[in-house]
Design a protein around this ligand. Structure first.
Ligand code: AMP
Length: 189
């Protein structure tokens, strides 16, 4: 199964995506995690991505697209994967559609995790205390929310046109949210 997770920063997307990946036994690909890892390992990609991540902006598509393409071409992704944090804009969505069309593997579903803005800010500031992420400061969070509204929400519109989107209420306990996502995915599998 090919599944895309979309949701604003702080929606709990990463936590749920990891859990769904284990449940379905498919690789969980988080572009945010891949970039943070590249940065930690001081690769060229990591160095080039850092300024964008810290500013709460999107890393340029040319850096992201090669990274994703290389990863989904690997053996363990042949029968599916769960994409978390990608595609982040319409251009990336079009490239993903092309990559999947080239290998004749359709996208099953785009899970949209919905959480209200006030709740997002509270959750991110709490996460900042625990994980110490450099891009979890109040200013950066506002920028990331703006980027989500202006660049990532159009990705949802793109996939709504082809009836791929399953909206899920992202408020409640982690178990409740997991159950909602699992039943949304079952409907599409
Ligand atoms: P995330 O962990 O998904 O919240 O991503 C953290 C940061 O990594 C984002 O604010 C962006 O700067 C960058 N990033 C992650 N995924 C992408 C992507 N698909 N396209 C561009 N930038 C990305």
């Amino acid at each position: 199964m090919f599944i895309v997770f979309v949701g604003p920063p702080g929606a709990g997307k990463g936590t749920q995506a990891r859990r769904i990946g284990r449940w379905l036994d498919v690789p969980h690909l988080s572009t945010g995690d891949m970039l943070r890892e590249a940065r930690h390992e001081k690769t060229d990609l990591g160095a080039r991505a850092t300024q964008y991540i810290d500013a709460g902006r999107l890393v340029p598509d040319e850096l992201i697209l090669d990274m994703v393409k290389d990863r989904i071409e690997q053996e363990d992704c042949q029968s599916g994967c769960l994409l978390d944090g990608f595609p982040r804009n319409v251009q990336q969505a079009q490239k993903l559609d092309q990559m999947l069309a080239d290998r004749a593997t359709p996208l099953n579903v785009v899970v949209e995790i919905q959480v209200e803005d006030d709740e997002l800010r509270t959750r991110i500031l709490k996460r900042a205390e625990i994980e110490g992420r450099a891009d979890d400061t109040p200013d950066t969070v506002s920028r990331r929310l703006d980027v989500y509204r202006s660049q990532t929400e159009p990705v949802l519109a793109h996939y709504r046109k082809v009836d791929k989107v399953e909206p899920v209420d992202g408020q409640g306990t982690p178990d409740e949210i997991f159950e909602r996502i699992a039943s949304a995915i079952k409907k599409r599998s």
